[in-house]
Ligand binder design. Structure first.
Ligand code: BG6
Length: 493
């Protein structure tokens, strides 16, 4: 149930994330009539001296980045929800201002729920939460509950994540901490458990006896844009695999939960990620990990810079913009089944899909020379949303030819490229207090354990990322990794 009075406080109110995801997400919720009755959104930032200037700048961004949803009239109505406070969150005095600002507001005392949204770099999380505590802003006021929302990346390794977490948890208990992984807000990712457990024909064959391999792929055409400073310390393993790809993996492979409550689902995901962290690969990591970095090149009629020439990137940077890994889940259901994960920037297409390839133990008379194709189940996350099944059928009119056919379920076909849709879902869940779309510390911890093993291997062996052309499929070693296993990536034509 949605509480009536919510005070949303955004740290980093003028940052990239607020402009491109949060404000558009809130604006769309407003247009859908889905905002809480009494919501007040307070943006905090240093740069603007007045609410008016702040609102103008947000409006400008919305117009530019999301022209299809912007109208002057609805913006004018929506902006009534928005307030602004000029504040430097690294300074003590700012929190005093914030305290008074919140307390001066009508209706703040009784039953107003406060949500602090940290749309800032993770190194500020402990400092901000500590200050919220010092200034009595994190105190629970019945029936209100202060909640804390934190964006990824949550740390750069297990040890930094653990430090941040222990400091945050001294102020906010786990049940009030909402860690964002925006992939969990995507429609088809939310659909995975329903598909698996509300259909008779998936669960019985969802195991090593019937599944040959699973591929989880999220590729992008864009480069690192203006995020050089952040990205050069992160790289694809930390930026995408640790969070989005492992969350997808957990949902696809976890055991059946006792019920569909947040707690039960989280427990199963955590167990799965722990199994992964305990025994990450099917052999030597040398054969199971490929990292790459994009070169400069031509895409369409445009020359794009190589990674090392991007702003704020060292000219000898070894940061990976591409990663492909083969991993193992050592439990009864999955032992021996390879899972291939792949992600990268400046690749041939923007797409996220999960490919479940079944074994090809067909009737001997129908295999070999008839060349039947693999049975594939494709969960399409973006840009299209839906499910597609590839299977074999007789070619119409022929006696014995086999042809592969597709059965498609299309959820919807909006034109979405990194749209705020996922954020709308996450914001709604946040207002309602539904933590199922947010990650639990134990899951994050186990994901870092796994990523740390890969990173340690890279550092210990001074692994150099393999250069690849923009607009390509990435490093050739990634194809070779699958070819060695007699397989291929299904996203590559
Ligand atoms: C973010 C990463 O979490 O996800 C970005 O930090 C990446 O580097 C983005 O571009 C991809 O999200 P989406 O929704 O466009 O697939």
């Amino acid at each position: 149930k949605m509480p009536e009075m919510i005070q949303l406080v955004i740290f980093g109110g003028t940052g990239d994330l607020s402009r491109s995801k949060l404000i558009p997400g809130l604006y769309k919720l407003y247009k859908r009539n889905s905002l809480p009755d009494q919501l007040s959104i307070l943006g905090l930032a240093r740069s603007f001296s007045s609410r008016k200037a702040y609102l103008q700048s947000l409006e400008q961004s919305l117009k530019e980045e999301n022209p299809e949803i912007y109208t002057k009239e609805s913006w004018n109505n929506f902006k009534e929800y928005l307030d602004y406070l000029q504040m430097d969150f690294t300074e003590d005095i700012g929190y005093n201002k914030l305290y008074h600002h919140l307390n001066d507001q009508e209706g703040n005392q009784a039953g107003r729920h406060c949500i602090y949204y940290l749309a800032t770099a993770p190194e500020f999380f402990p400092m901000i939460t500590e200050n919220l505590k010092e200034h009595r802003l994190s105190k629970s006021r019945e029936p209100g509950w202060p909640r804390l929302v934190i964006e990824k990346p949550f740390g750069y390794s297990l040890s930094s994540a653990r430090d941040y977490n222990s400091q945050i948890c001294q102020v906010f208990p786990e049940e009030n901490v909402y860690r964002i992984d925006h992939y969990l807000g995507k429609e088809m990712i939310q659909n995975i458990l329903t598909m698996r457990f509300a259909n008779m024909f998936f669960e019985p064959i969802w195991n090593k006896h019937y599944i040959d391999n699973i591929q989880i792929v999220s590729t992008e055409t864009s480069g690192i844009k203006t995020r050089g400073k952040y990205y050069d310390n992160a790289g694809a393993l930390r930026d995408m695999v640790q969070s989005h790809l492992l969350q997808m993996l957990a949902l696809i492979t976890m055991e059946s939960p006792a019920d569909m409550s947040t707690e039960s689902i989280r427990q199963e995901k955590i167990k799965l990620l722990k199994t992964l962290a305990d025994s990450p690969s099917l052999g030597d990591l040398r054969d199971n990990l490929v990292i790459g970095q994009y070169k400069s090149g031509i895409i369409g009629d445009r020359t794009v810079p190589g990674y090392q020439d991007e702003d704020n990137i060292a000219s000898n940077s070894r940061t990976e913009t591409f990663a492909a890994v083969k991993l193992n889940i050592n439990n009864l259901r999955w032992r021996g089944v390879p899972f291939y994960l792949k992600t990268g920037k400046r690749l041939h297409k923007k797409s996220a899909k999960i490919y479940v390839q079944f074994k090809d133990d067909f009737h001997p008379a129908l295999s070999k020379d008839k060349n039947p194709e693999a049975n594939l189940l494709i969960i399409k996350i973006q840009p299209e949303e839906g499910v597609s099944m590839q299977f074999n059928a007789k070619e119409p009119g022929s006696q014995d030819k086999i042809t592969s056919v597709f059965m498609d379920f299309c959820q919807q076909a909006p034109d979405l490229q990194n749209t705020p849709e996922a954020y709308e879902e996450l914001l709604l869940a946040l207002f309602k207090g539904d933590q199922s779309l947010f990650t639990h510390w134990d899951g994050v911890k186990n994901s870092w354990l796994y990523i740390d093993k890969l990173r340690d291997y890279i550092e210990a062996n001074r692994l150099e990322p393999e250069k690849y052309n923009p607009g390509s499929n990435g490093p050739t070693s990634s194809e070779e990794m699958l070819n060695r296993d007699g397989r291929r990536w299904w996203d590559e034509e």
